[in-house]
Design a protein around this ligand. Structure first.
Ligand SMILES: C[S@@+](CC[C@H](N)C(=O)[O-])C[C@H]1O[C@@H](n2cnc3c(N)ncnc32)[C@H](O)[C@@H]1O
Length: 286
């Protein structure tokens, strides 16, 4: 049976249960779940502490707490994730966007500060978060978002509509750039880069809730880079730039693969934890 609660009592009880079960951020998780279900702000949590929560709201909150206690991330429970300050819908078909991936946006903004890109290709677009954030920042640019998963492309389309950039994006179902015959000023990609062997050792929150298609990078974790780099020169406009997310230990291998494909590596950028995270590549001689 589900009881009705005063807001503050419910909040304290949720925090306690999440903490007792070893959830890392019990306070934050309780607040985010409550705010989402009740449509309230942080301030309401304090000023409305004695507000009564309805039975149906309590039921929804209880089901969310159960899912959190079973290890499901809050973003998966709510089906939403913030990336580059924008709110994205996520479903089981797409990777839960990571803050580290925002390094791609930061580098693109610096690189194209004086001369914005006219067109952008995103290989493995997933939720569309990278491409949509870039089109948000470069309001005159157009984009192409590629994914092999039609379910992911549906999510990316919805996100593009929600952020008002749908008219500037073409979504293509393709294995990497097989279906593309255009060339671009900016190419971005966060391909799957976990080795097959490491998948079993990933945190349960990743292993159980991110789609395998978004994680698995083959035996060496480098399969996607190897394939994409072979055709990258032809996809880049003269003076164009490609930005690839990499795993924390993949810098040497990815740089080597790029150079073996005749590409020039301009720089490698680190994430907030200090790990190499984004490789900047330009086309070789054209
Ligand atoms: C690591 S996820 C990145 C998603 C999104 N760009 C992000 O950063 O959150 C990799 C994406 O590549 C897609 N993918 C995997 N293999 C692919 C292939 N052969 N061709 C195109 N996309 C592929 C997956 O479906 C997934 O959406």
């Amino acid at each position: 049976m589900v009881r009705t609660y005063m807001l503050n009592t419910l909040y304290q009880e949720m925090r306690g249960r999440l903490k007792d079960e070893g959830i890392d951020t019990p306070d934050l998780d309780a607040r985010v779940l409550l705010k989402s279900v009740l449509g309230i702000t942080d301030a309401d949590l304090i000023t409305g502490a004695d507000k009564e929560v309805s039975e149906s709201e309590s039921q929804t909150i209880e089901s969310f707490v159960q899912r959190r206690l079973a290890g499901e991330p809050v973003s998966r429970i709510l089906g939403r994730r913030e990336f580059w300050g924008l709110d994205f819908k996520i479903t089981p078909a797409v990777l839960d966007p990571r803050p580290d991936t925002e390094v791609i946006i930061e580098v693109a903004l610096k690189r194209f500060k004086d001369d914005p890109p006219q067109n952008i290709l995103d290989l493995g677009t997933g939720s569309g978060c990278i491409l949509i954030a870039l089109l948000h920042e470069f309001p005159k640019a157009r984009g192409v978002g590629v994914d092999i998963s039609p379910e992911a492309l549906n999510v990316a389309q919805e996100n593009a509509q929600a952020h008002g950039v749908f008219d500037r994006i073409q979504f293509i179902e393709s294995s990497w750039a097989e279906g593309i015959d255009d060339s671009f000023d900016l190419i971005v990609s966060n391909p799957p880069y976990i080795t097959n062997q490491s998948i079993a050792n990933l945190d349960a929150e990743v292993r159980k809730f991110d789609p395998i298609l978004a994680l698995e990078g083959g035996k060496t974790g480098l399969q996607a880079y190897e394939y994409i780099f072979k055709g990258l020169n032809a996809l880049l406009n003269e003076g164009g730039t490609a930005l690839f997310e990499i795993g924390f230990d993949q810098q040497n291998d990815v740089v080597r693969l790029a150079e073996e494909s005749g590409l020039s590596v301009i720089a490698v950028y680190r994430d907030s934890a200090g790990n190499p995270r984004v490789v900047e590549i330009s086309s070789g001689d054209k």
